[in-house]
Design a protein. Sequence first.
Length: 303
Amino acid sequence: MKDIIIIGGGPAGLTAALYASRAGANVTVIESGAPGGKLNLTAHIENYPGIKEMMGPQLAYDMYEQALNFGAQLKMTEVKSIVDEGDYKKVITSKEELEARVVIIATGTKERKMGLHLEDEMTGKGISYCAVCDGPFFRGKEVAVIGGGNSAIEESIYLAGITEKVHIIMRRDVFRADDYLVKKALNNEKIEFHFKKKPHALIVEDDTLKGLELEDSDTKELENLYVQGIFPFIGLDPVTDFVKDLGITNEQGYIDVDEHMETKIPGIFAIGDVRTKTLRQVVTAANDGAIAGQYAAKLVEEN
Ligand code: NDP
């Protein structure tokens, strides 16, 4: 039996692994993709204290290496469910059944889809949810970014540095993004804003993405916008389907925790973007991970 299983290897999970293994616990991190989570999809990190600017994937790798240096182990698989057996927990993966005294859920969030016809079919063929991964394919081309939150505005600024032109499509004329980013985007001559417009349909010809049909939020009038790439950044949903039977999620699917990051089930913790909170950032994910990792290691040692 493991002391602690951490599900998810983003900044929250890796920080929990660092703190718990440094405190002497036997820790396994389960991750189904590349360690680092959303850091791997982020071009520049400039608001993590002490690091003035770094590429997201580099910070991800440094966090991963640091956690491993203190003895944490990584297992690449997908978790299907968690079973609460009281003083221990079963973690059912696609390959095997594992047991641990404490489980820390750090599965984060996944990108919301626009819900348009052919969206799945055109993903990877013009539609991308990762500017840093796919932006370079659109060098010299025009792209549309959907949304007015921090992700949309930040990634638009990044894409403006690579592409010919970025069209930002917002269904309202109110930003959710921080003022600092909004000002930067408004001052970027390669970015054009389309306020009060919603994606209505994809324009696809001969299996090639040609653009978007936009609907005016007020008048419902339709217009075509011809672009070669579409980057939807319209929000995130928590990855908690696999724990829905445990009764630890709220109406939106996020997990409620106490000040130790423990859910209402003793020995099951939740940290990072997957938990109910107001500020979802690398630094707050690391904060959660430190608190849960340290406390979980103490619980294991005492029992
Ligand atoms: P947000 O929820 O903050 O913003 C989503 C945007 O998409 C809003 O403009 C929203 O419009 C729009 N939207 C939602 N649904 C639709 C739809 N169906 N059609 C068209 N537009 C739609 O999501 P983000 O992914 O930007 O951010 C998630 C969290 O991560 C936030 O807490 C954010 O602050 C944080 N973050 C922080 C960063 C940083 O600080 N550097 C970087 C990236 C993310 P409306 O306003 O009308 O609802």
